[in-house]
Structures are given as structure tokens and as C-alpha cells.
Design a protein around this ligand. Sequence first.
Ligand SMILES: [Zn+2]
Length: 310
Amino acid sequence: MAADKDKADPIILGDPPDSSDNQVLPFAIEGMEVRGRAVRLGTVAGQILAAHAYPLPVARLLGQVAALTALLGSIMKIEGTFTVQARAKGAVSLLVADFRSPDELRAYAEFDEEKVAALPDAAPIRDLVGDGHLAITIDPADPGMERYQGIVDLAGDSLADCAAAYFTSSEQTPSEVRLASGRDPVSGNWRAGGIMIQYLGRQEQGGARISDEEKEESWSRASILLDSIKDEELLDPALTLPQLLYRLYHEDGVRVFGAVKLKRGCRCSDGKIEAMLEAFSTKDREDMTDDGVITVTCAFCNRDFTVAAA
Ligand SMILES: [Zn+2]
């Protein structure tokens, strides 16, 4: 019998076999020019957030950033990395998550412990981050392709509002986003979830079977229904994503497409750390050396790398 220490980390429970955890599910609402995506993070949220001892409001916000990144990153049709980064001047100064195709998600946050401790657990995003901006970047794996970056101010009552404002203004696509993150009341494990819907009606060419008025009305209905979801429903491990979408849009009918499965992934490696250190001067490397080695900690996964000082 294996010793206890050989067992997998007991904090992270496995995914229930029929769960919708750790996936993004694209969908379309029948008869409407509305497309959407839903995301659920179970163990992936747990692994990302458990790597650091984040205070509750920081973990909650970072879980939402991770869910948003999965929602948006999985839209990428090219191979590459999709990054959502919020830089701000408040108690939380940095929130960053990236999705690397086809399925890897990671995230971390930087914050001022004392300032965060002075805020209530349920502090809204504007109290946590203060003034700042949200940047969305696509780095194609093909070096011949151009990098894309879009930026929006961190305004609004929630991260979801910021993201919706970004799509509505920069892409001229009316969008609504809902995001939630929290601990499962039964297991205590972190979970995150979200849904985004986009109105494609204004992009349609010809084919005027549905009047503009009907299109606007259906978008308004889809938005109001989205707004009716509770955070608990976005996170509930017993409610699968298809069940959640059916609950929301069953009157119109909803069609789901192939899910994108997600896993927690980090790209840190000995080789990358060594290459990073080589960019420093000999003097800087000497300053970093302690007992003949340089220790570098990966900001994302918190893994320590020890490199012998040359
Ligand atoms: Zn790492």
C-alpha cells in the first residue's frame, strides 16, 4: 500500500464524471442572431487559486479573470496565447490570466496585503483595483502573424461589465457577460463560471426574414434572461452547462456546439528560467545569488527553480 505522502494532493477533488467542469461550451439561441459561450472551472480554478495564499476578495476576482480568459481565449481560431491583464493603482495592482491554445489556462495576482485586509470581503471591483485598465492581447504562435492588443478602462461595477464594455465599444458587437467565482459550500473548493452572449444581428447581410425591430427585441430578451442567473447557478457543480443554458433559454431553444476542455497549465521550465537569467548582467546575477544558487519563483504556479550561479 502506498504511503500517504504518495497520494495526490487531497485538497483538490477530482471532477465528478458527468460534470461540466473545466470546459467552455459555445451555444446559439434558436431564431435569434445571438451566439454565446459558457464556462465552468472546477479543479482548474482550485489549482490556479491554491498556488498562492490569496485573500478572499483577490481570489474571487482572479477566479473571474480566469473564467473570462477561458471564455474569450477559446474563441481564438489560430494557435497562440490569449492574455487578459488588469493593471491598476488600488489594493490589487495586477490581475493576469492567459489561455494557450488548445487548452491551457493559468493566472496570478499582485496585491498589497494591508490594503486588501482593510477592505470588506465583498468589496466591489472599483474599490479593489481603483483606476486602471484592462488589456486583451493575442500573441499568435506563428511569428509571421501580427500581435493584437485592445485596451479598455477598468470602469463599471464588475469585471463582467468591463469586458462587455470592451466588446461593445472596440468590436461594435453588443455583448453581455456574467462572471462568478467562489468556494463550493460543500467541498470548500474554489470554482468559477461565466456566460457571454453577443448580438450578431447588425453584422448580417441581406436575408431580411427577421425585422430589425424583432432582432433588437430578441437581443433585449436574451440580455434580460442572462441577467436573471444567480451566481450560485453559474458555479453549481450539480447543474451542468447544458442544463443551465436550457433553464435560461428553453423558450426559444438553445443549440450547443463542441465543448473546449480546459486544464491548468504553466509554461515555466528550467530552460526558460535560465534564458531569463542570462538577460541580466553578471553583477545583477551575483546580487541574486545566495549560497551559490539563484532561486527564481514562477509568478503563475509558485514553483521554485534553483539555478547554480555561474
Ligand atoms: Zn509556472
